[in-house]
Design a binder for this molecule. Structure first.
Ligand code: M6R
Length: 613
């Protein structure tokens, strides 16, 4: 949700900022803008639409040379995605330029105050209000750091602000509350970004900031304070991936690259989890065995794809530990007055670690004295920082807006958590845990087998022109069906719905009409009761004219008579089947969206990291 870049150093800021925006464009692509300090003035340019529009504008009307600048790529909240509402926003006299991610909740009141004082605002945004307030502070004699501290004390809501002052090219000043911001530490130069991708080609040394902090970067260094001006500091860390991980590497889309990276991402997320004696270890598990033994209920909170990973986790945790698990949409969680106490473990799943709904949910849980464990892919992000424990997934940066390797590695982390709890609570014998860990270790090879079967590409292309697709699953295959439908909605803009196969006859079967494609995730053999019930569901839709596309384990012939198309999956246990079953559905959505001519990495109306509620 909005990408922000700041730079001060020896290089040309325009090139650094534009490159940073390119790497952050997945966070929002409604408009893009840049501002540079130019000999006592601010030089700026902004354009509605994708970054390419801004780049063209800069070619047509070049900006001055400068080594201090900021940039923004927008996902619109307040005001339409047009040029006027694009960032940067300027103060009344044009001395100050500001970019913003988040929502300033009290902006109406602040705007009224400014208008009463004679200010004219050029946009409908909440951001412009903060730009005017900052410039008033500068005009009253404050330096940019002090101005930022003072203004932040007056703002409510969620915001990352990054500003430059035309009279002071030596610094860029930023602030954060409930919205992401990291500092990139260079030699003779420093950077700001919504995430490390903004500056990864320049440095892998980063500084994680805390809540309600103001940071000032100059060529020489970085200083951090609280909003009240008191000295503070961030946490320094090394980014464990490099520029090549943020490139498409010959693929047409980041999403496709990320789908093909899944065997490696799963293997990396399993690495180092066993001690030499074979016991499970989770390095970032900051909860003691004693604390974990006290847990009598688990609530998993997440959004979107991460929520579906949570649904799979429920099956695994309950089966292996017998601890009751609830799975809840993070956006709904705190509004239902959930029953929480110190024996409840709240598990927050978030690829980005910045999703506002999930963040607010964990804050609510902690206020009720529950312990919070985060499953997250992003070091330095807010959700793990505010949690009692964390299991990091090792997917590497996920840039495609549609989550793929994020999902698979979240599943791995959920299985690890379930097995670890089983180990600590003694609900499974050591050799049973070892057996599942061995099965998990074989999953990268199984995922590779699915990726090697490219038949699903042709299948996807056959569906250009299809208006509606249904997905059916049971047990751990049900969240896979939901995830398959979500991928198709967000990428191909089709009506796609996932159902628990048994629910079909309670209403949704009315949707079935002649030739309607129905993708069915068939449980593996050995779970025959489940499989037989799934078979009934398949027959029911087929009898009504549906075209059944069945994802079924190799060697299972029983489905063949009822399948118009068979997609073969490797033989794996039912609880682990989501790791292989979702892959053809990802490929299907990616290929169909490509065939439809859609931008797979930047689907309409979406942004990667949803940092507003
Ligand atoms: O970063 P998070 O895992 O917290 O994100 C949650 C959802 O916003 C995310 O999974 C979203 O649904 C994706 N676009 C799905 O592909």
């Amino acid at each position: 949700m909005c990408g922000i870049v700041g730079y001060v150093g020896e290089k040309q800021a325009q090139a650094v900022v534009i490159e940073g925006l390119r790497r952050l464009e997945y966070r929002g692509y409604d408009s893009a803008g840049i501002a540079l300090v130019d000999g006592g003035a601010v030089a700026w340019q902004k354009r509605a639409g994708k970054l390419a529009n801004l780049e063209k504008a800069i070619v047509d009307e070049p900006l001055a040379l400068s080594t201090t600048g900021i940039g923004h790529t927008r996902w619109a909240t307040h005001g339409a995605p047009n040029d006027a509402n694009a960032h940067p926003h300027l103060g009344r006299g044009g001395r100050l330029a500001l970019v913003h991610n988040g929502i300033i909740e009290n902006f109406v009141e602040l705007r009224t105050g400014l208008e009463n004082a004679g200010h004219e605002l050029a946009s409908e945004t909440d951001t412009e209000v903060a730009a005017h307030l900052l410039e008033l502070e500068l005009d009253a004699g404050a330096d940019l750091t002090t101005a930022m501290q003072r203004v932040c004390c007056r703002l409510e809501g969620a915001f990352t602000l990054v500003a430059i002052d035309a009279t002071d090219p030596s610094r860029v000043v930023a602030a954060r509350r409930n919205s992401p911001l990291v500092v990139g530490l260079g030699e003779g130069e420093n950077f700001l970004g919504s995430d490390v991708a903004a500056f990864i080609e320049h440095t892998r040394e980063a500084l994680e900031l805390g809540q309600d902090q103001v940071v000032t970067i100059t060529r020489e260094g970085v200083s951090v304070t609280g909003f009240d001006g008191s000295p503070s500091e961030g946490r320094r860390y090394h980014v464990d991936w490099d520029l090549s991980a943020a490139e498409k590497d010959g693929h047409d889309w980041f999403m496709r690259k990320e789908i093909y990276e899944q065997p490696r991402a799963v293997a990396d997320s399993l690495l180092g989890r066993r001690t030499p004696s074979g016991a499970l270890q989770l390095d970032e598990m900051r909860l003691s065995d004693e604390e974990l033994r006290d847990i009598d209920k688990i609530i998993i909170i997440a959004c979107g794809t991460s929520f579906y990973a949570g649904m799979v986790a429920k099956y695994a945790i309950e089966h292996w530990t017998r601890i009751p698990v609830e799975v809840e949409l993070a956006s709904e969680f705190r509004y239902r007055d959930p029953i929480l106490n110190a024996s409840t473990l709240v598990v927050a799943i978030s690829q980005s670690g910045e999703t506002a709904d999930t963040l607010q949910a964990i804050r609510h849980a902690r206020l009720q004295r529950s312990r919070v464990l985060a499953i997250c892919n992003t070091n330095g992000s807010t959700i793990p920082r505010e949690s009692d424990a964390v299991i990091y997934t090792h997917a590497g940066p996920e840039i495609g807006v549609a989550s793929t390797k994020g999902f698979l590695t979240q599943l791995v982390a959920c299985y690890l958590l379930a097995l670890y709890l089983a180990q600590v609570k003694g609900t499974r014998f050591g050799d049973e845990i070892t057996e599942v860990m061995d099965q998990l270790d074989s999953m990268p090879a199984h995922i590779q087998t699915v990726l090697d079967d490219e038949a699903v590409y042709a299948l996807a292309r056959e569906h250009v022109g299809t208006r509606s697709v249904l997905f059916l699953g049971r047990h751990a295959g049900y969240p896979v069906a939901l995830e398959g439908a979500l991928k198709l909605k967000e990428l191909a803009y089709l009506h796609a719905e996932g159902f628990a196969a048994g629910e079909l006859k309670h209403g949704p079967i009315a949707l079935v009409e002649d030739r309607l494609p129905v993708l069915c995730v068939v449980p593996p053999q050995g779970r025959d009761q489940l499989r037989d019930k799934m078979l009934s569901g398949i027959q029911e839709v087929r009898a009504r004219g549906a075209r059944t596309i069945c994802l079924v384990e190799e060697g299972d012939e029983s489905i063949e008579p009822y399948a118009d198309v068979l997609v073969r999956l490797p033989k794996v246990p039912v609880l682990l089947q989501p790791l292989v079953a979702v892959v053809p559905l990802q490929l299907f959505a990616c290929e169909l969206a490509t065939a439809l001519g859609h931008d797979v990495d930047q689907p309409r109306n979406l942004a990667k990291s949803v940092t507003v509620e």
